[in-house]
Design a protein around this ligand. Sequence first.
Ligand code: HC1
Ligand code: SF4
Length: 570
Amino acid sequence: MVKLTIDHQVVEVPEGTTILDAAASAGIPVPTLCYLKEINEIGACRVCVVEIEGKEKLVTSCNNVVEEGMTVYTNSPKVRETRKTNVKLILSQHEGNCPTCVRSGNCNLQKISNDLGILEVPYETQLPHSKSTKDFPLYRNYKKCIKCMRCIQICDKVQGLGIWDLANTGSRTTVDVSGNRKLEASDCALCGQCITHCPVGALRERDDTDIVFDALADPDKITVVQIAPAVRAAWGESLGLKREFATVKRLVSALRRMGFDYIFDTNFSADLTIMEEGSEFLKRLGNKEKETFPMFTSCCPGWVRFAKSQFPDMVDQLSSAKSPQQMFGAMAKSYYADLLGVDPEKIFSVSIMPCLAKKHECALPNMNDAGAGQDVDVVLTTREVDRLIRAEHIVAANLEEEEFDMPLGVGSGAGVIFGATGGVMEAALRSAYYLVTKTNPDPDAFKEVRGMDGWKEATFDLAGTPLKVAVASGLGNTRKLLRALQKGKVQYDFVEIMACPGGCSGGGGQPIKDGEELAGVRADNLYGLDKVSDLRFSHENPSVQKCYECYLQRPLSHRSHELLHTDHHA
Ligand code: HC1
Ligand code: SF4
């Protein structure tokens, strides 16, 4: 242990602890801006500087460790002045138009400037030229970038893609797409992790809220909206709602006030996905000699984009099942239009997702199987739907719970856990077991695949057949797993991959709380919902059963293939 004094308090911490962590352990907060624990500890912004007695120069506390007998001041006059100067210099290179910034009120730079009492910036403003990223779901404002490097590090170290890099030198140093590429032409998987780790508003999703407002105002359109599993665990965060209060039924109520005609649950189509994907897997298992294993899940479009650009030889191993979002869209404009007795062209299909890649997925040229335009017309992230709620001046704290519409508003607990890493696998195994044995397993029989580990594996007994499965989340982990498969170091029958660390609950479209990783607590929320659900098996979803009975006939039927499957090559 090392003993030191911080702001007149004696502190004892393990050797190797950073000054920042030592101060935090004594309840002394030191402001940070570029710092991200274990990912970006480079002291680039110099906001976390502290004074050490006997040393002339201030040091950054995020990447300097404690020493025995050290005396540290985190807020001496010299520290305060230097910190202020450093922040003013950053502000002089930042387009500070807070009223029109998507991160206003949730921006670390804004907070630090305010906390330090900075009322003017004496330096000349120098902003780079902005390049436009037209129509791409990921939007970058070069004028807001503070060169903290977080996006570079998260994309490189966690996602293993290296889309961002430093460009130019000296005072013209900036962050740009690596290799002089355009973002649209890069291998960006659209996981959106650079957005959720940006401390300011330099990165955001393409805002599609106006398209939704227009559709809601159009009397000729029937607006149908689906809510993704992981959205329910997070939508209230940026509206200041407690997690227990921000239930999905209150989100239903908010959407109804906005004027959506029919409000449904993506959990319904997650259950449908299980029926299709589970049946496909069992079919492939029955033909083991001819098929290539493992079969991969295909519901995460970030992963599908990654597979297409990085491991094209493996694309045919993806399940042909479309994602629940796209299955829902196709069913809304076919089955549901039939139920309503309306022209499918009148249906405007909106989806609320924790995800950026879903915006790209819905626009793919082959995602129009219902024959009435794109099956999903527009995707809003959780953050955008929160903005919609605020724009409509809906007081979220006053919302009462309301029910989903029927019949596509019924989803099982197996559907809800899709939003957490391992959830798709667990849901699939619950139903695969039933399909093989005609009896239900204990719904928690496959819980070994839960948890935030980036690469998990397990072996289960499926009616006498040992089944080796793996689950990965985060594209860096995914690359490791796929390389191990290619080298023959591991062998699996079925693999679930989600591009975002922790799965969709940690999705790139979720609310941002700077410096906090919330995928785990949101996943706990989803597992809690599954635990108390009356319905824990996809194959027991009465709306799914009815839909097969009256429309699709059976999993993998001709109609199912037409509406619910794809080859992923578009
Ligand atoms: Fe997901 Fe999925 S779980 S991919 O994360 O399979 O986005 O939540 O909606 O489609 O169901 C996302 C979440 C989501 C799909 C489902
Ligand atoms: Fe989107 Fe979920 Fe995939 Fe992330 S893990 S890219 S949020 S589908």
